[in-house]
Design a protein around this ligand. Sequence first.
Ligand code: PGA
Length: 255
Amino acid sequence: MRKKFIVGNWKMNQDLASIDSFFNELSLGSCTCETWVAPQALHISTVIEKSSKAGKSFFVGAQNISENSNGAFTGENSAETLQDLGATFALVGHSERRSLYKEDHALLNKKLMHALSQNLIVVFCVGEQLEERKNGMTEAVIKYQLLEGLKNFPTDQLSQSRLIIAYEPVWAIGTGEVASPAQAQEVHHFIRKTLTKDLDLDGDNTPILYGGSVKPSNADGLLSQMDIDGALVGGASLLGEDFSKLAQIASKLMK
Ligand code: PGA
């Protein structure tokens, strides 16, 4: 059985006081699912420190990384430095990076390959726009994002254990609009098949997370689907109380 994950994407939110409150509210108790969080890069060290003091098995990662190795790249965050700080993963291809920062398939592929070369786990995000869904293009769009983004992905086991896919329909991100469990399951199944058939990867063992307006009230329906291995959560991951509820739901489904 695949593990379940709750991965928080804090985006450009949280200050030191709200990070404190997050950890004060956090109550993971007997949770057995993976609990990860991607704060702003500037807060990564703080969050790593607080999470270890809180005694939780909690992984911290970045929302974005440079495609380059350390060097003259003013303003960028390097995978090497993340490693150095104790971060373990990076999101690549979040729809806000694709749309607001014009990150294209080739750049995302470079970021992914560079993160992998630095032993980071990559959470690679894909998802269709509302227009694309309405025009029946969901599968074609997702397949293209996977084929381009994961081009030349090494097929060895260690590299494959460092890949997580997040399916985030763009129309469901931060909108309160959520894919139905059946809609999400259908795409997750398609992603798994595409990884295996078109990319020669181990689709059956690759965690595939759903993202887009996940909250404690809708998580159970989504996470109980066969091909949904957890959630990438924005808004509802900011408060320790909601994050804990999500982790409890995910953990219960692992039993
Ligand atoms: P949301 O964001 O949960 O606020 O919709 C999800 C994401 O962007 O990863």
